[in-house]
Design a protein around this ligand. Structure first.
Ligand code: AMP
Ligand code: MN
Ligand code: MN
Ligand code: MN
Length: 285
């Protein structure tokens, strides 16, 4: 493995104001440069809107920039996030999935608002749409409104009490199937990465079943570290990366300056020499 590929500071999972992040794409790139990141991807939820601005600012700094997006999908009824990386922003299959997911987001928000009304809360749909503006409408907007209106103390509580996957049980099966998304996108250049595998309600046995499907349907890699990952989780995911003949990706999943740990480019160290890395074969960097 070339030394340059091994020891770069890489962050391939971040969010801007185009989805539910705190900083604009350009501000995020500035932060990445401040943190000495040398390979950076913007991966907003279900939108490519921030990519041109981020790419332009990255070019001004001489920072290697990779197009990215975090797609909402599902597998066996479980919502899963998949980070697509290193694609051309006019890829028709990708644009079609992104557009489909944006329509789902609007429809899902209506249904979330209705479920909250059933629990005695006011109808927050219009305010959520207004709050989201041009960014991708999602549960964080409902969480902000619930905090602002003092129904809960913070966003975490809003997810615990109202917005978590368990609480929104009736909203199963909204996202496109993982198989459909992977088979539509699989090509040689684009990397398809299972985001934060430890954040799903899966036993190791089930996670292995997922990884087997993921590989079979054209997936490229696993995010073996996503922000503040426990070292034993990283070890497990490194093992699974090798076992399923996948590649490793890394990212902070940075959304903004909340909490003590999170920073662009900052996450638990991985053992780079022991796994193949998604970015190793990219010719553009
Ligand atoms: P959505 O894309 O609408 O399904 O919303 C998912 C987003 O909500 C995630 O990407 C996180 O940014 C955020 N989120 C998920 N769980 C929590 C939580 N417990 N507290 C705060 N934000 C959360
Ligand atoms: Mn998010
Ligand atoms: Mn995610
Ligand atoms: Mn994310």
């Amino acid at each position: 493995m070339p030394e340059a590929a091994r020891y770069r500071k890489v962050d391939l999972h971040t969010h801007s104001t185009c989805s539910d992040g705190h900083f604009s794409p350009a501000e995020l790139v500035d932060l990445a440069v401040e943190q000495s990141v040398s390979l950076f991807a913007l991966t907003d939820h279900d939108t490519l809107d921030g990519l041109p601005e981020a790419r332009l600012r990255a070019a001004e700094h001489g920072l290697s920039f990779i197009n990215g997006v975090e797609l909402s999908t599902q597998w066996n009824g479980i919502p899963l996030h998949m980070v697509a990386l290193n694609f051309s922003a006019d890829n028709p299959a990708l644009l079609s999935i992104v557009e489909g997911n944006q329509a789902i987001r609007l429809d899902r928000a209506r249904r979330i608002a209705d479920l909250l009304v059933k629990q005695g809360l006011p109808d927050l749909f219009d305010e959520a749409v207004a709050l989201a503006g041009n960014s991708q409408l999602g549960r964080p907007h409902f969480a902000s409104l619930l905090v602002e209106k003092c129904f809960v103390k913070d966003a975490n509580k809003a997810f615990d009490r109202y917005l978590g996957n368990k609480k929104l049980g009736q909203l199963r099966d909204v996202w496109p199937e993982l198989e459909q998304v992977l088979s539509a996108l699989a090509d040689e250049d684009m990397a398809l990465v299972l985001a934060h595998p430890k954040r799903y309600p899966l036993t190791v046995t089930k996670l292995k079943r997922l990884l087997s499907d993921f590989k079979k349907w054209g997936g490229t890699g696993i995010e073996i570290v996503s922000g503040n990952e426990r070292p034993d989780s990283v070890r497990l995911l490194e093992r699974l990366t090798r076992e399923f003949d996948l590649k490793a990706s890394v990212g902070s999943d940075y959304h903004g300056p909340f909490g003590p740990w999170m920073q662009v480019g900052k996450f638990t160290q991985i053992h780079e020499g022991e796994v193949d890395l998604v970015w190793q074969t990219w010719s553009s960097i």
